[in-house]
Design a protein around this ligand. Structure first.
Ligand code: GTP
Ligand code: MG
Length: 464
């Protein structure tokens, strides 16, 4: 039942941590208070404003965010609410969701009997080729039959790069040796696709360092030939506002149906994601979360808002686990977590499968209240090894019920594992804390309203 290890390895986005920290601080002005006044609201909104500006959110977007939040928060509803702090947090949450783009936006592709086309656009190095492969892999997993077309004929190694990626993920790549006209390559790709029952054609294009006329002319010509179902701009999240400006220009010159933000894994600020929809009107559809073909996620505004508020992204966490482990196991584990039936035995199972682990920290970041609380040093691998040794020195019975581990058993376990009684006690304490956290997580996942309550408690200092 390696829920944790798998999640750890596969879901590693320590995104937005700075922003999350700042916003959490801002909410302390109001959250958990039984009564708030206009001054509290002003203070909180001011602090949020600073947080957004530091996150490199577009100034106009910040203003709009601030004004609409103040307007709503100062309404009767909040000041007179039974729990005004929670009410305020909810307003901020809903605003974030709306600025991030409301609901998740799926690709608008056509049925399997016609070939859908996706044109990938963007500046040099933004991640077009990588994202083309990632998208293809994703669509394949969803049951479609995608194919990649190598229409970047300018950069010398571009075709080869796409071929290698395609090979790696088992997706056909259409290329023409020595070709110089992307429209011609596209037509060849469609031919091949028709013969091979391909239903989605993903077209990788040339990027330039800057937006220039020649680039736009080539892309316009390709667009007119392809008439794509999706025109996706691939932009680097780390470039913040300039990603938003690029999206605006591409939309005006070529037309976009959506945006993929890459390098989300390294974006601690979040300015691009928060400004994009408001400035360009185009939805953020996917995010790139690493260099590997699987590091690609649909963009869920509500979940990201939750993470910015430090509530953790439990839904993604559980979903991600479900993707890779048996549904039944996932459900059983969820039940265990809810009922606090998670035992030391389960923990040992987890630890044993954590051998290939990536970053535990990033998984913990997804747990409500843990954002910014744990650093990588807190959980080094030597420590995990020690935990495994201590757990292995317990009897099965002890692992099934840690409450029976009294002083003499602790002594025996310490001797058996070559540790000390204090270290055994520390492990049990840690386990209890972890179990409590899991219970909250499980509840949170089932009942979004619980998230609000949890927020209030967290802000009140309950878990910090
Ligand atoms: N960390 C991280 N790296 C990424 C991500 N997406 C792409 N990269 C890396 O960014 C670099 C550029 O990616 P490419 O896909 O080659 O970019 P491109 O837009 O096709 O570049 P050109 O073809 O030169 O215009 C590569 O080293 C990728 O591994 C991501 O989401 N996260
Ligand atoms: Mg490329």
């Amino acid at each position: 039942m390696p829920l944790f290890s798998i999640t750890l390895v596969r879901y590693t986005i320590p995104m937005f941590d700075k922003l999350t920290q700042k916003v959490s601080d801002a909410l302390r002005f109001v959250a958990g208070k039984s009564a708030i006044n206009e001054k509290n609201i002003d203070d909180a909104v001011d602090a949020i404003k600073m947080a957004l500006l530091e996150a490199d959110v577009n100034l106009r977007v910040v203003r709009r965010f601030v004004n609409s939040t103040i307007e709503e928060a100062k309404g009767e509803k909040v000041l007179r609410a039974v729990d005004p702090g929670q009410q305020f947090v909810k307003i901020v949450h809903d605003k974030l969701v709306s600025f991030l783009g409301d609901a998740k936006q799926d690709l608008k592709l056509r049925g399997p009997d016609v070939i859908s086309t996706v044109l990938m656009l963007g500046l040099q190095g933004s991640g077009k080729t990588t994202s083309s492969a990632k998208l293809a892999l994703r669509l394949k997993k969803e049951g479609r039959k995608p194919m990649l077309a190598a229409c970047d004929l300018i950069r010398p190694a571009a075709v080869e790069q796409l071929s290698v990626l395609g090979n790696q993920i088992g997706i056909p790549v259409y290329k023409e040796e020595g070709a110089s006209d992307p429209v011609k390559v596209y037509r060849g790709a469609v031919d091949w696709a028709q013969k091979n029952l391909i239903d989605t054609l993903i077209i990788d294009t040339t990027g330039r360092l800057q937006i220039d006329e020649a680039m736009m002319a080539e892309l316009s010509r390709l667009r007119d030939a392809v008439k794509p179902d999706e025109m996706l701009l691939v932009a680097d999240a780390m470039t913040g506002q300039s990603a938003v400006d690029i999206a605006k220009t591409f939309d005006e010159k070529i037309g976009l149906t959506g945006v993929i933000l890459t390098k989300f894994d390294s974006d601690t600020r979040g300015g691009a994601a928060l400004s994009l929809k408001t400035v360009t009107g185009k939805p953020l559809k996917f995010v790139g979360t690493g260099e590997k073909p699987e590091d690609f996620e649909p963009f869920h505004p509500d979940r990201v808002a939750g993470r910015i508020l430090g509530m953790g992204d439990v839904v993604s966490l559980v979903e991600k686990a479900q993707e890779v482990i048996d549904q039944k196991e996932a459900l059983a584990l969820q039940k265990k977590m809810e009922k606090e039936n998670f035992t030391l035995e389960d923990w040992l199972d987890q630890l044993r499968s954590v051998k290939k682990m990536g970053s535990i920290q990033s998984m913990l970041e997804m747990i409500p209240g843990m954002a910014g609380q744990v650093s990588e040093e807190d959980i080094d691998k030597a420590d995990l090894k020690q935990q495994e040794v201590i757990l292995s020195s317990m009897t099965r019975k002890e692992r099934a019920n840690h409450l029976i581990i009294g002083p003499s058993r602790r002594g025996r376990i310490a001797r058996g594992s070559g540790t000390s009684v204090a270290e055994v006690a520390r492990l049990i304490k840690k386990f209890e804390k972890m179990r409590g956290m899991m219970k909250k997580m499980a509840k949170f996942n089932k009942n979004p309203a619980a998230a609000q309550q949890m927020m209030a408690r967290l802000q009140g200092g309950g878990m910090r």
